[in-house]
Design a protein around this ligand. Structure first.
Ligand code: SF4
Length: 239
């Protein structure tokens, strides 16, 4: 006979000890990548300050779980478009309202071309201790095809600046299954990423979102996109 154990969620240690993690969305980008359907806005940097003020209000209105935050993640969008002062105000509000644990991981998503060593050093002084860099590919032509707003050289300069500023926790975002991407091209991207010795890699198989230029131009599994078999091989290579 099977016995079903009913667990009272309020008494479950797993739930009570659930890590306290917070994601803040910063929806501003200099340009719109051709595959992206995230909630972002382009050419509206004049609204960033107003958005920060709304975020501060939102923080005040959000009930605190009564335990310090173990993880804070500034995602986007391009959070590295915020000034250090704006990030500082948000972090101070979070610490005041929720408390940020001394050991918390605080991540900032950034795009190559938006960083320099001076700003990065200031970010670090604010307590930001992890950078997630939107690299996507080490192929110049592919970057243009994706509508990315940076070059491969920008990526190398950003990683150099991140390391020189003292960050010891770096994550690189990569994409595969891209138009006209070959297996050799993907392997070059992977090798180039690994040569930079990041602490973490996030890799995304392209999803065709219907409202994007890619979604309108391409059909899954059909040229110029790689076949399903080729994309699976890329995934296995990644692993
Ligand atoms: S930088 Fe990121 S969030 Fe902004 S448009 Fe490109 S993919 Fe989307």
């Amino acid at each position: 006979m099977t016995t079903i154990q009913i667990i009272d969620p309020t008494s479950s240690p797993t739930l009570r000890e659930w890590p306290s993690a917070l994601y803040l969305h910063i929806p501003f980008c200099p340009t719109h990548c051709h595959y992206c359907d995230f909630a972002v806005t382009v050419g509206t940097t004049s609204l960033i300050e107003q958005y920060v003020q709304y975020l501060l209000q939102e923080i005040e209105l959000t009930p605190s779980q009564g335990q310090p935050l173990a993880s804070v993640y500034f995602g986007g969008g391009t959070p590295s478009l915020l000034t250090p002062q704006q990030l500082e105000r948000i972090l101070l509000a979070l610490d005041h309202h929720f408390h940020i644990a001394k050991t918390a991981e605080i991540t900032l998503e950034a795009n190559p071309g938006t960083l320099n060593k001076r700003t990065l050093t200031t970010f670090q002084h604010l307590g930001i201790n992890r950078i997630s860099l939107g690299v996507q590919t080490f192929d110049e032509t592919m970057l243009k095809r994706l509508g990315r707003n940076h070059t491969v050289q920008d990526t190398y300069e950003a990683v150099d600046a991140i390391r020189r500023a003292g960050f010891t926790n770096l994550s690189l975002d990569l994409m595969f299954g891209l138009p006209e991407q070959t297996l050799a091209n993907w392997q070059t991207s992977l090798t180039s990423a690994l040569a930079l010795a990041p602490e973490h890699i996030s890799a995304y198989d392209l999803i065709l979102e219907p409202t994007t230029p890619f979604g309108r131009a391409f059909q899954s599994g059909c040229a110029p996109l790689p076949t399903e078999e080729a994309t699976i091989t890329m995934y296995l290579d990644l692993i």
